[in-house]
Design a protein around this ligand. Structure first.
Ligand SMILES: O=P(O)(O)OC[C@H]1O[C@](O)(CO)[C@@H](O)[C@@H]1O
Length: 431
């Protein structure tokens, strides 16, 4: 994996990072790296996530899912970090990503329609919750369980659970003697893709989870005291510097359909880790080349409040564009779709630079298990670095708790501070 920051430098972009500022940043990266390395060494909360490539044992995951590896489909019941990593991995690596169905919302129509379309007897159930208490996950699991029971399908034979040792989900595991995989200690959900939290569906679909972990391990080896030698830190440091200079939005635009969900996974990682103390870049999800035809106008001619992160694999499938005798289409003849997509990528980066808008390029040799592992790990390390440079608490998400308490209170009918505030919330209806 390599990172190209050329289109984010000060002589090209506004906001931009001047080369002499990079040296000053690099000194701070060296200090931050020391903290990160010490945190990894001690297995400290959050930093421990960067030890997962070594500590995750794929054979343990394969053993736990062995009873369900002949399932045609797998349905994941989880939300946030307990779903995004898993769906990113199968979307990127599976030949048939449709075999992995995700229930990471509680929309009744969607749940009903999704379950109705699944051959339940041939669908494994992957339930994931670090806390074991998340309302959406537990509600969906109860609905899934009842749906299987109503269909006369023994869900206990098809279920694998990843959760902690306590909580209602752990109790269900005990009650029904379900196979349980642990959540890694000291790792926030959004940083847990490289563990059983993110790898169970990939193992059930027999994807290369070993390659994924070794790719992540290679990225871990790249971490060092200088941004000039570590693509992950270079990405993080430049994002931090651009945010400091007004780029409050980070539009993540992979040029590969198989990486569309990567942008969704990144959005949680970036927002929930760095959205603190009144700061934090807003991650915007886009897809190249599709969103050139929807968002690029804004990225190139809108407010100078954003940066664009483009991602591409260099190796692509070969789908030639058929010859045609239309002169106006002669420029397409002989090309293949991959060449067209890469031309679009290069043109978009150049068009942003030409308009003085900052962009950072992330390139993988190829989008295989190793490449994806490297990318996921590098983005986690970049996030942790930004947290160090911004001096914020990267690994918690206190701001999400109020809403959870309010929703729980509304459902239980309990009158709480939160439910009172909900009842009194501002309203100015226009019908
Ligand atoms: O894995 P759990 O505990 O069900 O939490 C799911 C998600 O909810 C959050 O806690 C936010 O509400 C995320 O940080 C987490 O990834």
């Amino acid at each position: 994996m390599h990172v190209d920051i050329g289109a984010a430098l000060g002589e090209v972009a506004e906001p931009g990072v001047d080369e002499d500022e990079l040296d000053a940043l690099d000194e701070r990266v060296a200090t931050a790296h020391e903290t990160i390395a010490a945190g990894r060494e001690n297995g400290d909360f959050g930093y421990a996530a960067l030890n997962l490539p070594e500590e995750t044992d794929p054979s343990v995951i394969r053993e736990a899912v062995e009873p369900v590896t002949d399932a045609e489909y797998v349905v994941t019941v989880g939300i946030g970090g307990s779903a995004l990593g898993a769906k990113t991995v199968t979307a990127a690596l599976a030949d048939r990503p449709d075999r992995h169905v995700i229930l990471d919302n509680v929309d009744p129509e969607h749940i009903e329609r999704t379950l109705a379309a699944l051959p339940l007897e041939d669908t494994a159930i992957n339930v994931v919750s670090k806390s074991g208490t998340t309302a959406e996950t537990l509600a969906n699991f109860l609905v899934v369980r009842e749906t299987y029971e109503d269909a006369g399908v023994d869900w206990t034979e098809l279920t694998v659970v990843t959760t902690g040792e306590s909580g209602p989900l752990a109790q269900l595991v005990e009650e029904h003697d379900l196979p349980r995989l642990p959540v890694p200690d000291g790792v926030p959900g959004r940083f847990a893709a490289l563990s059983s939290v993110g790898l169970v569906p990939a193992a059930i679909l027999d994807l290369d989870i070993e390659g994924l972990l070794s790719g992540a391990g290679a990225a871990a080896d790249d971490l060092g005291p200088s941004l000039y030698d570590s693509p992950a830190y270079a990405y993080g440091a430049v994002c931090y510097a651009l945010e400091e200079r007004g780029a409050g939005v980070n539009a993540v635009m992979p040029y590969a359909e198989r990486l569309e969900l990567f942008a969704e996974w990144f959005a949680q990682l970036w927002a929930e880790s760095l959205g603190k103390d009144g700061r934090g870049q807003t991650p915007a999800r886009a897809l190249g080349a599709t969103d050139q035809h929807s968002q690029l106008q804004l990225y190139r001619a809108g407010p100078r409040d954003k940066m664009v992160t483009v991602v591409r694999p260099r190796e692509r499938a070969d789908v030639p564009v058929p010859e045609t005798d239309h002169d106006s289409l002669s420029y397409l003849s002989g090309a293949d779709l991959g060449q067209l997509l890469d031309a679009e990528y290069d043109a978009t980066v150049a068009s942003l630079a030409q308009a003085g808008r900052p962009a950072v390029e992330i390139e993988l040799e190829r989008l295989d298990a190793e490449g994806l592992g490297e990318l996921l790990f590098a983005m986690e390390a970049a996030t942790i670095l930004v947290g160090e440079l911004a001096d914020i608490e990267t690994f918690t998400q206190p701001a999400v708790e109020w809403g959870k308490r309010a929703a729980r209170g509304l459902l239980s009918g309990e009158e709480t501070e939160e439910t009172k505030t909900v009842a009194e919330r501002p309203s100015y209806r226009i019908d």
